[in-house]
Structures are given as structure tokens and as C-alpha cells.
Design a protein around this ligand. Sequence first.
Ligand code: SF4
Ligand code: SF4
Length: 151
Amino acid sequence: MAKKSQCDKCTGLCCRYFALPIDTPEDRGDYDDIRWYLCHKDITIFVEDGDWYINIKNKCKHLSEKDYRCRIYDKRSRICRGYRHADCDFVEGEYDFELHFTDDKQMEEYIKIKFDNNITEKPKAKKKKIAIKTLSHKDTKVQRKYEIVKK
Ligand code: SF4
Ligand code: SF4
């Protein structure tokens, strides 16, 4: 388990985004819907262990930019209380996503490759350092990510 001092060296990465599971796209229309998500600022899509997620890069309003601490620590939500820093991005380093889309053009190209050229081979995933904080009360694997205690 990471030491609390890890958080002291960090600018609160885990409080600057959240990710939600989304339905696995099946047809061209589904992929096009995801392309629309990616038209929006600060949205990325990633696939991990076959599951698709939308990542919203949006800082929690309670994170202090002066000392990077939680301003409502005693009243923070269940999600924050259950977050253990042992597996957090700052401690664990890079994630190796199966797929990672950072803008709509990437998805446009992917759709062309997948549906127009009838190519089934998956594009190589890029290693990308990005914090993952996901929310699902149904998926135990996702729940595990929430077992990280913030500070
Ligand atoms: S739990 Fe990890 S990401 Fe969050 S503040 Fe601590 S070191 Fe940074
Ligand atoms: S409530 Fe506090 S611990 Fe939770 S995300 Fe916001 S700043 Fe971080």
C-alpha cells in the first residue's frame, strides 16, 4: 500500500476526472454514437479488459488548488471514502489500455478501418498515463478500483 506521503507529492490526480462504464458498441451506429462523445472537450474513451469506459476530465470543485487537498474531507462522498491509493495512477504508473481514443477523428478512422475495409485486427493500444476512477455498483471489478482510500 502506498504511503500517505504519496498524496503529499501529488496534485490530486484522482480528483480531476471520473470514468463511467458504457455499453460495448456492436454496430456502426454504436461506434458513431461514441464518436459523438469524443466531439466534446475533455472526453476520452478507453477499453480495459474488454470493457468500454467514458472518461470525463473534470476536476472536483472541492479539490483545493492551493494545497491539493480535499476541502470537504470529513463530508466526502462514499466513492471518495472507499478509494484506496494503493492502486492509484500516481502509484501504479502507466495503464496499458486495449484501445484509447482521445478525439473524434481517431474514432472516425477506426470506424473506416473496422467497417469499410473489413479489417478485424485490433489496432495496437497506446500506453497512456491516465488516472482511472470508475463508477459502477454492479461490476465488482470496477468496484475494486474504488477501494482506494483518498488521503
Ligand atoms: S490517491 Fe493517488 S492520485 Fe489521489 S492524491 Fe493520492 S497519490 Fe494522488
Ligand atoms: S470530494 Fe474531495 S476527495 Fe472527493 S473527489 Fe472531491 S476533492 Fe477529491
